[in-house]
Design a binder for this molecule. Sequence first.
Ligand code: GLA
Length: 772
Amino acid sequence: MSIQFNKNTNSFLLNTPSSSYIIRIYDNRYVLHGGWISRIDDWDDDICSMPLIDRAFAPVPEELHGKADFSLNSLQQEFPTNGRSDFRIGAFEALCADGTTISEFFYESHKIYKGKTPIKGLPATYTKKDSEADSLELNLKDPVTGISVTLIYTVWNDRDVICRRTVVKNDSVSAEGIYKNQSVTLRRVMSASLDFMTSRYKMLQLSGAHARERHAIWRPLVPGIQSIESRRGTSSHQQNPFIALADYNATETTGEVFGFNLVYSGNFTAGVEVDQFNMSRVQIGLDPYNFNWKLDAGETFESPEVVMVYSNKGLGQLSRTYHDLYRDNMCRGEWQYKERPIVINNWEATYFSFNAEKLFKLADKAKEEGIELFVLDDGWFGKRDDDRSSLGDWYVNTKKLTGGLEEIADGIHKRGMKFGLWFEPEMISPDSDLYRAHSDWCLHVDSRSRTLGRHQLVLDLSRDEVVDYLTETLSKILSSVAIDYVKWDFNRSQTEVASGSASPENQGKTSHKYYLGLYRLLENVTSRFPHVLFESCSGGGGRFDPAFLYYMPQCWTSDNTDGLSRLAIQGGTSIAYPSSAMSCHVSAVPNHQTGRITMLSERGHCAMAGSFGYELDLNKLSQPELQEIKEQVELYKKIRHTVQFGDLYRLRTPWDEPSPAESTDYTAWNLVSKDKKQAVLTVVWKFPEGNPETQLVKLAGLDPKAKYRLTCYKSATIRAMLADFPFPIPESEFAPFPADVTTSGEKLMNAGLFIPYKPQYGGSVQIVLERL
Ligand code: GLA
């Protein structure tokens, strides 16, 4: 059992393989935190627990009169509240019948059990067998208002993971006086609150913008609150629902790192408050912005789950723990472990301007190249020739596709490829038949004008009838045509987040109810069509969060497909999310987002860090380019299991690395299959310079005793480009070593591999290692 209760010290020990999380019940009432630390097994005495200190100005609970050294303001707690004796940020706030927002929760009882219980209506990690994890439920109660809170912890036996969530029940039937049988309005319910004894940490967040998502940003903790949030109605491009605290000296491979990732796709907050004693309080949960949840007597409210990961081997280990957990215990369904097909997507090839002939021409070329899945993107429905109309009208645009969707699906299948289709189900264009029939079905406030984003409005998924309508509409298309893949997009932020069907007192529920509705819709559709590979998208990676992975095992990482931009985007994404989940495409140059021209080989190397594909007009390419794509496709088929389901080692990160020679700065990563039989090393130079220093790349994750054969694939386009160079470049010069070489895992990891940069590498090198 990974959870123990010690009756002598009245405390709980939650043990993962390398960490211990301690909870203490003080005076049979106060639920204090005892630390999240490197694992200990002997905890019978209380010697290491935080001493009680009489601090100046410290408020002390009346019931502990005389105990001037007990103040919640300077103690570590599991679920702090405001209005009593803690001035730091509270994990909970509710407006009560007496007009106050004060609450205080005392320990009542607890339950320990094997396995994990699902959350009603919300995505969460799941156990396949009860033996995978144990759970603890701590029941707390405010004796005045009658509100009860259950803190639920799931502790994984073979993973350094603890999942936490909060369940609130309005038990005012048990309260007295003014509170009896009254409703309360929840205004803040954190999924987790966790106090650390020091502030000697760096905080990591994944921030950015559309086309620049999830750049890793580090900052040292300072006194006060440092936090991120999303108020956009999506987990957002701007901030990801993830933060980590890393010991000040932690690196990619050493030191303690604590990760917090909220399983939610809407508004969230995550942050740290450093107090007067340099203690740090981490909190993560639903954003209190626009959240006012009226909870009637007897009703319950469940928070989303937060996935907390511990590593004492640096950030790399933290990432691998998240990756394994999400692949094994978050993703579900037929595609969970299936190798993902190589995609050709027509978006950047044709945008809205296509017909069947043009699509088939692209498909024919893709087939010749060995590509496996053809995705028809935006523009196939209603009368959509640009982004100004038709969202909501999910029937084929017969002006463009005269033979209907069937003709396209059949044609693609006849060519021996899978067929995929783009949808943006949560949206409605004012110029659509759906809007003409149901203009109140979007999020809106009657007395205000409606804010458009990309000329569209957001459907009100807090309404059951809208969710039901979408379930049926999508089911109809997915069962009428043979569709193997769906791209589920969402292309604006939410505004006027209010529902035409909600009473004023329940309007504050709309934002969260939207997501409860969306999750119901996703469950309905994905379970009805289990063979379909679903990919989420939100203008690129605007909703790249663990909640979506519960329904869809992969996500379009960014609309920015520039290989060099992708280093920071994919590198940041890889901190919490596995490569199988990162959809990455090679696109045309000049790149449509950055205007940059990069080598096809480099674009390929960068995109081969995830679920791979292409998004360009193959018919416009030269013979050497087509030759190279064929080779890339062939290679990816050989390495994709390692890439998608292997272990990731970031050898040199695109962020925060001191680089004495910025001009030769490079990023490198190594993906290693679970059985260590194959590895893929990629090195990308961001600013290649003439005659630069020699790079020494030390690999990681290999079998030290085994011998590996190293193969470096050479680029057909670069060779063609340099063919008529004034002085000939020998074939061997296109790779860092003359031909296939063999060497031991030990040497590759300890001595490292010398990669002297040469211009004919085109800015990147990819080496496949096969164990002999
Ligand atoms: C979003 C997506 C793109 C593409 C367009 C279509 O921007 O991220 O990949 O599907 O929508 O409108």
